[in-house]
Design a protein around this ligand. Structure first.
Ligand code: URA
Length: 437
């Protein structure tokens, strides 16, 4: 490695010049081993925020970040190796359904997931609602488990893409998270370190997501695909709606129970259909189905035959959770002590059901964090019984609150009521997929 003063790299970014591979490798090496001080890294991040990296520079940054730690070697596992990643939303328990469903369709899924921050939930927090479920698997344990059951999931580990840990913490502290190239490098470096080849990226768009408008979401999807291509990954990026919560439940244990209900056929509806569509896309992408439609039918067959539920059960038990919890989640998860149904005082058609407001409510109930070190209460949350476009009558139940304290319920109910907008005119249902290639 050629020695370079970091100051000159910093000045080049400030002046909008193009970084070489060596410069980017120097930056990532110094971030990982601590030889570049935080104040210089923070200055570089702000310069990169104001003068965004090109696709080529972002691909170099992605590869250098991926190589800052171990890269999982999946060679001993059957191909295709797939992964999915969501940019984060409210009620987004898709991974919990897709992981066993993809494995039941014969694919290998080895996945690292994160905790939630702010109003967007994280898969690690959701799975922590399962008593005994381990989220600290070593790379070796991940591989052994995937050999046996086709899937494994762990929390982020400092051994994989450590440079992302350093840079992400600084971005969080310097208001530079919302840079599309930096988001793309952060996500894709962890995907490369995880060893998969084909990645389904679910770019959420709407009030409950990082990207609130379609133009920004499109730019992120395009950057992820272009950078993925340059970094040797097959990336399929879809833009999906996050203006209303996904599915019925928002809140950690409630969402795991909903996912298990979907896998066991006890619940169906628009969320189940969205999951089947996504699996259909992956099966067609990796050549396991001749078309998207046939991929969806394969996924439906895996659900209806019970194969996906069996795989979920094997997954829970393999990672230390209790046997039987997929079939009877209510017997295994702690319920919140206080519940209240919220009804509407007007009639008409639902024209808005704010994912942002509902996500904030669940976070404030204790289901999410305001600061990184905050503890969470996995039992609290909300159930939603309406979707945009539904007809509602006066007095109809629209949601159920699950809270830790009964005295919180009236104020929370008022906030839930403020999240819904009712129109006197019919409103079309909002599609889940806003754009898919
Ligand atoms: N998710 C990540 O992993 N990184 C980001 O920068 C944003 C979302």
């Amino acid at each position: 490695m050629i020695f370079m003063s970091f100051l000159s790299i910093l000045a080049r970014r400030r002046d909008g010049q193009v970084h070489s591979r060596d410069e980017i490798q120097e930056l990532v090496r110094g971030a990982t081993d601590g030889s570049i001080p935080d104040y210089q890294l923070a200055a570089w991040l702000m310069a990169a925020y104001l003068r965004p990296l090109s696709f080529e520079e972002t691909a170099e940054l992605t590869l250098a970040m991926a190589q800052s730690g171990e890269v999982l070697n999946l060679e001993s596992l059957p191909k295709p190796w797939v992964d999915k990643h969501s940019t984060g939303g409210v009620g987004d328990k898709t991974t919990l359904v897709l992981l066993p469903l993809l494995a039941a369709c014969g694919l290998t899924v080895v996945k690292m997931s994160g905790r939630g921050l702010g109003i967007t939930g994280g898969t690690v927090d959701k799975l922590s609602a399962i008593p005994g479920f381990r989220l600290d698997l070593t790379p070796e344990e991940m591989i052994q488990q995937a050999q046996r059951i086709g899937c494994a999931l762990t929390g982020q580990t400092p051994r994989l893409a450590p440079a992302d840990g350093v840079l992400y913490a600084l971005r969080d502290a310097t208001e530079t998270v919302r840079s599309i190239p930096l988001i793309a490098a952060s996500i894709l470096s962890k995907k490369i370190a995880g060893g998969s080849e084909t990645i389904l990226l679910d770019v959420k768009c709407g009030s409950g997501a990082f990207m609130s408008d379609l133009a920004e979401a499109r730019q992120l999807a395009e950057t992820l695909e272009q950078v993925g291509l340059r970094a040797g990954l097959k990336v399929k990026a879809e833009i999906t709606d996050m203006d209303q919560p996904l599915g019925r439940a928002v809140g950690n244990a409630l969402e795991v129970a909903e996912a298990w209900n979907v896998l066991s056929g006890r619940e169906s509806g628009s969320f189940t259909e969205a999951c089947l569509q996504m699996v259909g896309d992956v099966l067609a992408e990796v050549g396991r189905a001749p078309s998207h439609e046939e991929g969806v039918e394969q996924a439906r067959a895996a659900l209806q035959s019970g194969a996906a539920a069996e795989r979920a059960e094997a997954w829970v038990v393999a990672q230390g959770g209790p046997a039987g919890s997929v079939q009877a989640p209510e017997q295994h998860f702690a319920a919140a002590p206080a519940q209240l149904d919220v009804t509407t005082s007007s009639e008409g058609w639902v024209s808005g059901w704010s994912a942002r407001v509902l996500g904030e409510i669940v976070r404030d109930l204790g289901g999410g964090r305001k600061a990184k070190a905050d503890p969470i209460d996995v039992s609290v949350g909300l159930e939603s019984f309406i979707r945009i476009g539904d007809r509602v009558e006066r007095g109809q139940r629209i949601a159920r609150i699950h809270a830790a304290h009964p005295e919180a319920l009236p104020a929370v109910a008022a906030r839930v009521t403020s999240a819904v907008t009712i129109s006197s005119e019919p409103v079309p249902a909002r599609p889940f997929f806003l754009e898919r290639p």
